[in-house]
Design a protein around this ligand. Structure first.
Ligand SMILES: NC(=O)c1ccc[n+]([C@@H]2O[C@H](COP(=O)([O-])OP(=O)(O)OC[C@H]3O[C@@H](n4cnc5c(N)ncnc54)[C@H](O)[C@@H]3O)[C@@H](O)[C@H]2O)c1
Length: 325
């Protein structure tokens, strides 16, 4: 199958690219490198440095590659930027999506997989939320993901597209950008390995459903390869298991301490400090992926402890160990 991965130079998209290649698919990437990186795209995979908002350039990529399927990961994915610049968020996440969808159906694409978000759609969820949970997005980012799903349904009805919206929980793993606000694992790994103190917002009892990026990529590949007549299918991708930020930080710290010892660095990694709570942070957000199990045969395979070990090991290779090294 020929698959166009938008956002394929980013964190999740690049893992999707890797797994598609392993499965023998032909892949091209469309990404403007806003937060993604050329280094994340394997040699031999064409990288079209194009903004999803640029209609003519998006059209040319579709006409040149003629994909069978699209995996749409490209997005403005900062909640705080969406609050500051709701127009920019809508341009990338809604108008950009519409560009990609329009050229997909025009050039005969049948299968479309869209990166959605359980975190922003379901809001507060102390038990794992199912896909039937009414969406109640509060940020412009959440609203644009919700609108994206509505547009997918329109393209399914109007153009016979087969569309899967994968509603991820909190994704973590190698290649996540530590400079954003959302990648708490990437931020903790980078800061701790560099000997900097981490700050936990408020009391740290904020429970999230952390899912490993390799598992998320596998869900994307399964959704792309699933050949049934599905119409529009929203599927949660998460573990259903909650971990609070204090516990997460403690596990990351153990791994970073182990890495420091292996490298002969003598000191103790500092315990995180607590700072002010962030207004609006949800206390708990968990998703149930039971439906993805039934429809795709997908289940998360990487336990949090293993995924955090792999992630800390990856960051140890990627960052200088201590500031100034
Ligand atoms: N990381 C998570 O926990 C999480 C959770 C829920 C949903 N998502 C969604 O998953 C998708 C991938 O997120 P990620 O975590 O890999 O983030 P990321 O920032 O690493 O990836 C996004 C990619 O899109 C590209 N991009 C951004 N704006 C673009 C534009 N205008 N035109 C073309 N390309 C553009 C970036 O350069 C980047 O490579 C996004 O749609 C995001 O909203 C992520």
């Amino acid at each position: 199958m020929r698959v166009l991965v938008t956002g394929g130079a980013g964190f999740i998209g690049s893992h999707v690219v890797d797994q598609l290649l392993e499965r023998g698919h032909e892949v091209a990437v469309l990404d403007n490198l806003e937060t993604g990186s050329r280094e994340n795209v394997p040699d031999g995979v064409p990288l079209h440095e194009v903004d999803v908002q640029d209609e003519a350039a998006v059209a040319a990529v579709f006409e040149g590659f003629l994909p069978d399927a699209v995996c749409h990961q490209a997005a403005q994915m900062s909640v705080s930027r969406s609050v500051r610049e709701p127009g920019y968020d809508a341009q990338v996440n809604i108008v950009g999506l519409l560009n990609v969808l329009s050229h997909a159906v025009r050039t005969g694409v049948r299968r479309f997989v869209f990166a959605s978000s359980g975190g922003v759609l379901y809001g507060e969820a102390s038990l794992p939320a199912a896909e039937t949970t009414p969406a109640a997005p509060i940020s412009p980012y959440g609203i644009s993901k919700w609108a994206g799903e509505q547009y997918l349904q329109f393209f399914v009805r109007e153009h016979g597209l087969q569309a899967v919206a994968l509603r991820y929980s909190n994704v973590y793993g190698p290649r996540q950008n530590p400079h954003g606000e959302a990648g708490v694992v990437a931020i903790f790994c980078t800061r701790m390995l560099q000997g900097q103190t981490c700050t936990i917002h408020g009391d740290g009892r904020y429970v999230r459903d952390y899912v490993y990026v390799g598992d998320v990529a596998r869900a994307n590949v399964a959704a792309l390869e699933q050949s049934g007549d599905i119409g529009f299918l929203p599927l949660n991708v998460g573990t259903g298991l909650g971990t609070d930020v204090n516990a997460l930080a403690a596990i990351v710290r153990q791994h970073c301490q182990r890495i420091w010892q292996q490298r002969g660095l003598p000191d103790e990694i500092a315990s995180p400090q607590h700072g002010p709570a962030r207004p609006g942070d949800l206390r708990s957000n968990l998703v149930s992926a039971a439906r993805a199990g039934q429809v795709l045969g997908w289940q998360p395979q990487v336990a949090l402890a293993d995924g955090l070990r792999q992630t800390a090991d990856w960051f140890a290779e990627a960052v200088a160990m201590r500031s100034g090294d």
